[in-house]
Design a binder for this molecule. Sequence first.
Ligand code: PBG
Length: 336
Amino acid sequence: MLPGSFPGTRLRRLRRTPGLRTLVRETILVPEDLIQPAFVVAGEGRREEVARMPGVVRMSLDVLAEEAREWRRLGIPAVALFPAVDPARKSEDGREAWNPEGLVPCALRALRRAVPDLVLIADVALDPYTSHGHDGLLGADGTVLNDETLEILVRQGLCLADAGADVVAPSDMMDGRVGVLRHALEAAGHTQTVILSYAVKYASAFYGPFRDAVGSAQALGRGDKSTYQMDPANAEEALREARLDIQEGADILMVKPAGPCLDVLARVRRELGWPTFAYQVSGEYALLEQGIRSGLLEGPRAVIESLVAIRRAGADAILTYYAARAARWLREGTIS
Ligand code: PBG
């Protein structure tokens, strides 16, 4: 019998029972790998469904604090906050982004009180705050200005760190933002604030539902973000982006979207060896959820498989709108 050939080697032997499959499983998904994104809105007792994200709600701070306690109990270590800002508070320069009494700073303080050991992540980008829906300042000719935007991002980053963010997450894709943020944080004494850089962020069609959730879709209209977010056709460029962000002082890299970019995620994680997260974005969520609700897909299994795939590709942690539900399924053993 030749070594390595049938019947000496029968790969099905290790698939015969759940016990055997468990023993040789290469990728383990646990609630501790998941980060819950949360949409926050002003007011009290508010819990509004997001139109294009069935099953996802915008929450006022009181509701958020309650939910966050439950997420922590489920084993989820972190939450990422996104504000749905009142259109009356949006402006050309997005100044609400560094209002210390703004929605996100208030949410950070409320969560720190309610769930002290929850890791609090806050986005650094202007799009929820600008009247035009872009992530940066607009020049007279409509281009998104890089260096002028950096100054504003620094103000926002410091405001978030002051309010107690453990992690600031620049998602704007301006050149040089990680470096200026790192300098400003150090200079202000925020030496322990983690920078989670959306290093590899594609100009993706999968962000559509998110823009509804934070209310930037209407503002942005038909505008697109291709002059700052990456061309989905590029992978070498992703490595350049990620390397630069490490040099500039990023602690963690992120690849986004996740499912359509597993190859890039795997390369970034393996070739750079840096902590790397992936974001299963709103469009990925909406597709799965729509498929499940219409009976085309089997719910928990399809969701868990999508998350295991992201882990298998190399993500250390995953931002997913399914975090709480997936954590529950994993704890209850719904999936084996
Ligand atoms: C803002 C930001 C976006 C997302 C996270 N932060 C939208 C965008 O860049 O247009 C998308 C998240 C999702 O789709 O779930 N800069």
